[in-house]
Ligand binder design. Structure first.
Ligand SMILES: [Zn+2]
Ligand SMILES: [Zn+2]
Ligand SMILES: [Zn+2]
Length: 167
């Protein structure tokens, strides 16, 4: 039995966190070593990342919660972002997102740091979003659908957002 939130985390981890299949070793694709730290996994130990699939990537119990936190904090912030008028206005003006969004942004950054994720690149200008911009809250989460998958990324607020919303 898993809670609904845990199922959602697993789905998000499957879509957004597991490294590309071509970047994984044979052992990682077979699930005998962790997809993130490559530590060996004894049978039955760790988290089955794609239950029911022939592809059987698995994760160790230290890596999985770290990646699940990246997925869930992003999901929470994005959910806020898509429904908050105040954030929308602030973002178009290049101002920091609303007070309610700030703890969520901080949680997302902490989770990304714990997962050793380097600074994200802006969807619009392709420049890195600097540490100052990240801590100052002048960025927003952005999901977009490509030819075969949905992607999660980040965008600078202000001019970068204007360019994208004009499309
Ligand atoms: Zn691991
Ligand atoms: Zn807001
Ligand atoms: Zn930008």
């Amino acid at each position: 039995m898993t809670a609904a939130g845990e199922d959602e985390d697993l789905t998000d981890v499957q879509f957004f966190e597991i490294p590309d299949i071509r970047l994984l070793s044979t052992e990682q694709n077979e699930g005998t070593t962790c997809v993130w730290c490559a530590d060996p996994l004894a049978p039955g130990v760790g988290v089955d990342l794609c239950p029911g699939f022939r592809w059987a990537p698995r994760a160790c119990l230290s890596c999985y919660p770290i990646r699940a936190a990246v997925a869930s904090t992003y999901r929470d912030l994005y959910a806020h972002w898509t429904t908050c008028k105040q954030c929308e206005t602030a973002a178009l003006l290049g101002e920091r997102l609303c007070d309610e969004a700030m703890p969520g942004q901080a949680a997302l950054l902490r989770a990304r740091t714990a997962a050793d994720k380097s600074g994200p690149v802006c969807f619009s200008c392709h420049d890195p979003i600097t540490d100052q911009e990240l801590t100052g809250g002048v960025f927003a989460p952005l999901e977009w659908t490509g030819p075969s998958a949905t992607h999660r990324g980040f965008i600078h607020t202000g001019a970068c957002m204007w360019r994208e919303s004009a499309l």
